[in-house]
Write a protein that binds this ligand. Structure first.
Ligand SMILES: [Zn+2]
Ligand SMILES: [Zn+2]
Ligand SMILES: [Zn+2]
Length: 136
């Protein structure tokens, strides 16, 4: 009841109140924390390749080892099948030739936006400078 009492944390799988929090691995796609038992079970499942997950783009279910992690520039959550990964990468390649903000065709000098700017593609010098001034 006091302001100092800590909020209890519960395991994301079994809802047990946690005394020891275990961080799930990124590829498990689980938010929150796990108890020791669930963490152990999940590691085992993934290690044995039993876990299936749907591609976030087309919804095809595959075992996790056949799915791909999206590149950080894509700003996506979840995993992709090979086909979606390839087509995503292709469309991303096309986008890369033009500044993502003003659309100017860029030569060899391109600037990668910082991940916190949440911009897909690359930027010309001018837009990069503008964004830097705006967002830091
Ligand atoms: Zn648990
Ligand atoms: Zn897919
Ligand atoms: Zn630009």
């Amino acid at each position: 009841m006091g302001l100092l009492s800590k909020k209890p944390t519960y395991c994301s799988i079994c809802n047990k109140e946690l005394t020891h929090k275990h961080k799930p691995k990124r590829e498990w796609n689980i938010k929150g924390r796990l108890c020791g038992d669930c963490h152990f079970d999940k590691s085992k499942e993934f290690y044995e390749g039993k876990v299936r997950q749907a591609c976030v783009l087309c919804g095809t279910t595959k075992i996790i080892s056949e799915l791909w992690e999206p590149r950080w520039q894509w700003d996506m959550e979840g995993l992709l099948c090979k086909e979606c990964f390839d087509s995503k990468e292709k469309s991303f390649e096309v986008k890369k030739k033009f500044c993502a903000i003003c659309g100017t065709t860029m030569g060899f000098i391109r600037h990668n936006p910082k991940s916190k700017w949440k911009i897909e593609g690359q930027l010309c010098r001018k837009c990069w400078d503008d964004k830097k001034a705006e967002l830091g």
